[in-house]
Design a protein around this ligand. Structure first.
Ligand code: CA
Length: 227
C-alpha cells in the first residue's frame, strides 16, 4: 500500500520542516509548498489525501486557498494552521470549509492526532469531473458538455450546475441552493435562484432534449438523471 500523501502549505521554513519531518517519521509522503499560489496549484492538481494549510501566506492567503480547494475538491480534508487564535478567525476557517483548525504554537502530537483522525474517515475520491444526465462538468478547466456539445456558462451558472450534479435525483430546496451556491445563510428576499435556474435550463436545452432540472412545486428543484 502506498503512503498517504500530505501537502503542507506553510511559508515559515522552521514550521514547515518540523511538520514535514514529523509526518515523514509517521510514514506519510509529505510535500511542502511555501506560498499560497504554489500551494493552491498543487492542492488542486496533484493527488493528495490531506492538506495542512497556514492562514497567513504570501501570494494568496490561506482562506482564499481554502475556498479554491473547496470548489474543486469538496471532500479533501484541510487542517488550518494559524497564529491568529481569535474566535473570529476560527469561525472564518470553519465556515470556509476547513475540516479542522490548529492554533500556533501547537505540539506535533496534537497535529499528528488530527491528521490521523481525518485520514481515517472514508471519503470519496476527489473526482475533478462531475457527470450525470449526459452532462459532464470539469471542475479544473470549468468546461461543460452535454451529449458532447460544449456549453458556455457564467461562473454562477457553473457553480449552480455543479451543486445539482453533486446531488443527483435529490430534491433541493431554494434555501439549500441559495446557501450552497451564493453563500447566504438567510433569504435575501429575491428570486435569484429562480432566475438562475431559468438561465441554466435555457443553456442546457438541446434540440429535442429539455433541460433535466425539474421544478418540484413548493419544495424546490431536482436534477433528474433517469431518461
Ligand atoms: Ca505564515
Amino acid at each position: 500500500m502506498s503512503a498517504m500523501r500530505i501537502l503542507v502549505i506553510e511559508d515559515e521554513t522552521a514550521i514547515a520542516d518540523f511538520v514535514q519531518r514529523g509526518l515523514q517519521a509517521e510514514g506519510y509522503a509529505v510535500a511542502v509548498a511555501s506560498d499560497g499560489i504554489e500551494g493552491e496549484r498543487r492542492a488542486l492538481h496533484e493527488d493528495v489525501d490531506l492538506v495542512i494549510l497556514d492562514v497567513m501566506l504570501p501570494g494568496r492567503d490561506g482562506l482564499e486557498v481554502l475556498a479554491s480547494i473547496r470548489r474543486v475538491k469538496p471532500e479533501l480534508p484541510v487542517v488550518m494552521l494559524s497564529a491568529r487564535a481569535t474566535v473570529d478567525d476560527r469561525v472564518a476557517g470553519l465556515d470556509g470549509g476547513a475540516t479542522d483548525y490548529v492554533t500556533k504554537p501547537f505540539s506535533f502530537d496534537e497535529l499528528a492526532a488530527r491528521v490521523r483522525a481525518h485520514l481515517r474517515r472514508p471519503r470519496q475520491r476527489d473526482a475533478t469531473t462531475l457527470s450525470a444526465a449526459g452532462i459532464e462538468l470539469d471542475l479544473l478547466s470549468r468546461k461543460v458538455r452535454r451529449d458532447g456539445v460544449e456549453l458556455r456558462l457564467s461562473a454562477r451558472e457553473f457553480d449552480l450546475l455543479a451543486y445539482f450534479l453533486r446531488h443527483p435525483d435529490q430534491a433541493l430546496s431554494r434555501q439549500q441552493i441559495l446557501s450552497a451556491v451564493w453563500g447566504y445563510d438567510f433569504d435575501p428576499g429575491t428570486n435569484v435562484v429562480e432566475v438562475y435556474i431559468r438561465y441554466l435550463r435555457r443553456k442546457l436545452e438541446l434540440p429535442g432534449k429539455p433541460a433535466p432540472i425539474d421544478t418540484l412545486r413548493s419544495v424546490g428543484y431536482r436534477l433528474t438523471t433517469r431518461s
